[in-house]
Design a protein around this ligand. Structure first.
Ligand code: CTP
Length: 407
């Protein structure tokens, strides 16, 4: 998790998350969840089931939190009703990872160990990130238990799909740590300054087909757009993320629209922009596309003419098209430049009718695919250079900047 306490504007040191950890191989990821919450200024107290201690030693969490790690109902002689004091301390209770067994217990109000008893005793909002074998996850009993808890207002951070520790491939993997942290922060009410706002974001590259096998694209990883989507959701926004093909997991709580070409991205953005308050255009749209995509694989010999002279035509400019009629919507564009960064960005601010341009230098090893970035914010009054920061912190800074323009 990359929320940095030193830069974080989200710091709420008075909030406490009680993190329940159950017996699952993903328990080691809870250490990162603790760090992510702490970096956002949240105090974390850990409760482990006895089974969880077989996967990770409580010492790990005691060292990270500087607090006692609670396991047994009667472990703390100084606090004979430990489950009640823990339950009262929680502003949010988070279970990550949560096994099928613990889900079943909570769904049915069973309280036979410290963690399940604390869950039953707390009035704090409950966030659950399940992790288990795919068949256990898909078992009707588990689906029924999840449904029951959702009806009671429990917030789930859905399990991801992929290779599972048991060797199966499917759904059941603990969700991304970032998503669990951002869902928890969202429940804590950490800086909900985008609540009620619709934020539309374009992200990733576009892919322009030459024939069924080949295409034109670029190096965009989509990380910046995805980080903005995540941060906007954590701050309470309704988020639509229009994404070209990338190797990233969909952020929690975000409406995804997957596209391939610039034309598809334009159509999706036109639709989402109608109800948007803020449009953030982080996609690296291919400037050109083949005039015609061949319907068969172009072959050396028979298709030499077409292969050696692929005719290119310009793609629509999505940002410019939408911002031309932006009305009261805030529009943030990007400028990825190898030379004359500020000057080129200032030109784009005007030609693309943006309120702000986030400008950055690109080239060897810079910006594309990295986890941090150094940018300038350019608007019609100012050019502000920001220090190098993680893409998650940059996402927060971009959202705060956009809010300055929201009337
Ligand atoms: N953009 C867009 N549609 C395009 C091209 C760019 O929406 N067809 C948006 C990008 O998402 C970004 C901004 O315009 O927010 C600037 O993109 P950039 O690639 O830096 O500039 P270009 O307009 O492509 O100009 P050039 O390649 O000449 O620098």
């Amino acid at each position: 998790m990359t929320i940095d306490a030193s830069n974080s504007t989200n710091a709420v040191p008075t909030k406490t998350v009680v993190l329940g950890i159950t017996g699952c191989i993903a328990a080691y990821k809870s250490a990162e969840i603790v760090r992510g919450l702490q970096k956002a200024g949240v105090r974390v107290k850990v409760v482990m089931t006895e089974h969880a201690t077989h996967f990770v030693d409580p010492v790990t969490f005691r060292s990270l939190t500087h607090e006692k790690v609670a396991v047994g109902l009667f472990d703390d002689p100084s606090d004979p009703i430990h489950h009640i004091s823990l339950a009262q301390e929680a502003d949010v209770m988070l279970l990550a990872p949560c096994t099928a067994n613990m889900l079943a217990k909570i769904a049915n109000g069973i309280a036979d160990d410290l963690l399940s008893t604390t869950v039953l005793a707390t009035t704090a909002p409950l966030v659950i990130a399940p992790a288990m074998n795919v068949h256990m996850y898909e078992n009707p009993a588990t689906r029924y238990n999840i449904g029951k808890l959702q009806i009671r207002g429990v917030h789930f951070v859905e399990a991801g799909t992929g290779y599972l520790a048991c060797g199966d491939i499917g759904k059941g993997r603990l969700a991304d740590v970032e998503d669990i942290v951002s869902a928890t922060l969202s429940m804590l009410g950490v800086k909900r300054d985008l609540a009620g706002k619709h934020v539309m974001i374009t992200a990733g590259p576009t892919v322009e087909p030459i024939d069924p096998v080949r295409y034109i694209t670029n190096r965009s990883s989509g990380k910046t757009g995805y980080a903005i989507a995540r941060a906007a959701f954590a701050r309470g926004a309704d988020v639509t993320l229009i994404s070209g093909p990338v190797a990233l997991q969909a952020p929690e709580g975000v409406s995804m629209v997957y596209v391939q070409t610039a034309d598809e991205m334009l159509a999706a953005a036109q639709e989402a922009f109608k109800s948007a308050d803020i449009g953030i255009f982080a996609a690296a749209v291919a400037d050109m596309k083949p005039a015609r995509a061949a319907d068969h694989k172009l072959k050396k010999g028979s298709d030499d003419d077409q292969l050696s002279g692929i005719e290119l035509v310009e793609n629509p400019d999505i940002l410019e098209t939408l911002a031309a009629n932006k009305g009261s919507r805030v529009v943030v564009g990007f400028a990825a430049e190898t030379d004359n960064v500020i000057e080129n960005a200032q030109k784009k601010l005007i030609s693309k009718h943006a309120d702000v341009i986030v400008a950055n230098q690109v080239g060897e090893g810079m910006a594309f695919g990295t986890d941090d970035n150094e940018v300038w914010f350019i608007d019609d009054e100012d050019t502000e250079g920001l220090p190098r920061m993680s893409k998650a912190n940059l996402a927060d800074a971009i959202l705060s900047k956009s809010l300055e323009f929201l009337s």
